[in-house]
Design a protein around this ligand. Structure first.
Ligand code: SAH
Ligand code: SF4
Ligand code: F3S
Length: 452
């Protein structure tokens, strides 16, 4: 469709309302923005409630059973809403559940009009067209031969001072518990020049901080003008964009933390001193069974090297408890690792067997043991997090003001270590990086006052 016919059709038809709900990881947040942008180009207007939406898209997550089941309960709720309001609603399922379950979703929930996988959403306009033509439910879950990003509108704007930018997708690691290699496909890195263009566009529209995203972001190896670029090279080049004050990247795999990336943490001021580096378990036996391809000590040594390059770096991680075969002893190794590393924040999960993954068929750890271990891990992490929060008191740190706070005259911002910081400061200063003296430490935020 040309730009001209697009405007004409917009003028003739009233705007249709689109509601997108996002589950799961930051990559889904990014994809939701791109889907919205695509549909806004088709005459939709984004709204923040499903109540009077013409089209509802659920951008779903398949990582754990609970996440996937939530989609079905939300679909049930939407059906009820549709009945109550008496006006039909189109419903689409996107994201990783769409990829994993495909046609099955339409069989189970005949109200669903379209199912679109995470690598296929550039085809949404044609799918909606087919629906309008009365062609019945549309299901597209193939992995395209071309880069889907090339087929998306190149109009991306930042909606605030912080923005996400997907640079790499998919995963070739096949950890024994994980669905990502199946739902997102193999590793793919976007061309570096496209990313620099998109980053500049985000900065021009107000982003001061960009988080580079990938399921395995440090495996990035995208085509650059002079051969393939590593993530370190990409970060170095992005750091040259004038008004881009801060760069982050997530999520990384320990085995892809190369020397040049570690060095970048010591050399590039704009690369923020915070790193999410999941290890999952502290037991070598469990790590082997998980197919993580590293042991606990190599992870400890890696963190030492990263801290040598950037002494104040704050570490984050992910932990799975109750993986098949995990004994009390294995579990104690995980607690010990948590105590050794001193995380500033971390996520922990009970192992959830996922269909089609190697560990799903193994004998499972009983639910009550998983629950008990989760509590213990969370307790160890809470201690480590609280200790980190305490070290911040008395420090003056640069805070990027990014959103209004709960109180009148209050703003929230981000510290270099990805903490939420609240302070009293004029709302017009949104987007500025200001020095803040930290005076309070809470569980998931800091409080402070404007310094100077
Ligand atoms: N690519 C990232 C993680 C992606 S999934 C990495 O390699 O670290 C995010 C987190 O969800 C994982 O780190 C893991 O801790 C958790 N997770 C993944 N599959 C899971 C499962 N089957 N059960 C419980 N937690 C899981
Ligand atoms: Fe999943 Fe492992 Fe790949 Fe992370 S590295 S996305 S946990 S398979
Ligand atoms: Fe979930 Fe897919 Fe992200 S399974 S965690 S939405 S890659």
């Amino acid at each position: 469709m040309t730009a001209q016919t697009d405007t004409q059709s917009k003028a003739e038809t009233p705007t249709k309302k689109l509601y997108v709900k996002t589950y799961g990881c930051q990559m889904n947040v990014y994809d939701s923005e791109r889907m919205t942008e695509t549909l806004v180009g088709q005459g939709y207007e984004a709204v923040d409630k499903p109540d009077d939406a013409d089209l509802v898209l659920l951008n779903t997550c398949h990582i754990r059973e609970k996440a996937a089941e939530k989609v079905y309960s939300d679909l049930g709720r939407l059906r009820k809403l549709e009945r109550q309001r008496g006006v039909p609603m189109q419903v689409g399922v996107a994201g990783c559940v769409a990829q994993a379950e495909g046609e099955e979703i339409v069989r189970r929930m005949p109200q669903v009009d379209l199912v679109v996988g995470p690598q296929a959403y550039h085809r949404l306009p044609e799918m909606l067209q087919a629906l309008r033509a009365g062609k019945g439910a549309q299901v597209v879950t193939d992995f395209p031969v071309n880069d889907k990003f090339a087929d998306l509108p190149q109009t991306r704007k930042s909606s605030g001072p912080t923005a996400f930018l997907s640079v790499q997708e998919g995963c070739d690691k096949f950890c024994a518990f994980c669905v990502v290699p199946y739902t997102r496909g193999g590793e793919y890195s976007r061309p570096a020049t496209d990313l620099l263009t998109e980053a500049k566009r985000l900065v021009d529209s107000g982003a001061r901080e960009i988080t580079l995203l990938g399921q395995n972001v440090n495996a990035y190896h995208g085509a650059g003008p002079d051969g393939d670029w590593s993530l370190a090279r990409l970060v170095r080049e992005m750091a040259k964009i004038d008004d881009l004050a801060r760069i982050r990247y997530t999520t990384s795999h320990p085995n892809d933390m190369t020397d040049d990336l570690i060095a970048a943490h010591g050399e590039i001021d704009r690369l923020m001193p915070f790193l999410h580096l999941p290890v999952q378990s502290g037991s070598d036996k469990v790590l082997k069974a998980m197919n993580r391809k590293h042991d606990a000590d190599s992870y400890r040594r890696l963190i030492e090297r990263i801290r040598a390059a950037r002494p104040d770096i704050a570490m984050s991680g992910d932990f799975i408890v109750g993986f098949p075969g995990e004994t009390d002893e294995d579990f104690e190794d995980t607690v010990r690792l948590i105590e050794d590393i001193r995380y500033s924040q971390a996520f922990s999960f009970k192992y959830s067997p996922r269909p089609g993954t190697p560990a799903a068929g193994a004998e499972q750890v009983p639910e009550e043991i998983k629950a008990e271990r989760l509590l213990r891990v969370q307790d160890a992490l809470a201690k480590s997090e609280a200790a980190f929060q305490q070290t911040c008191i008395g420090q003056t740190m640069p805070v990027l003001l990014d959103r209004p706070g709960k109180l009148d005259g209050q703003m929230m911002g981000r510290s270099p270590y990805l903490q939420n910081v609240h302070l009293m400061v004029a709302a017009e200063r949104r987007g500025e990086i200001v020095p803040v003296k930290i005076t309070e430490a809470h569980r998931s935020s800091l409080g402070g006052t404007l310094a100077a």
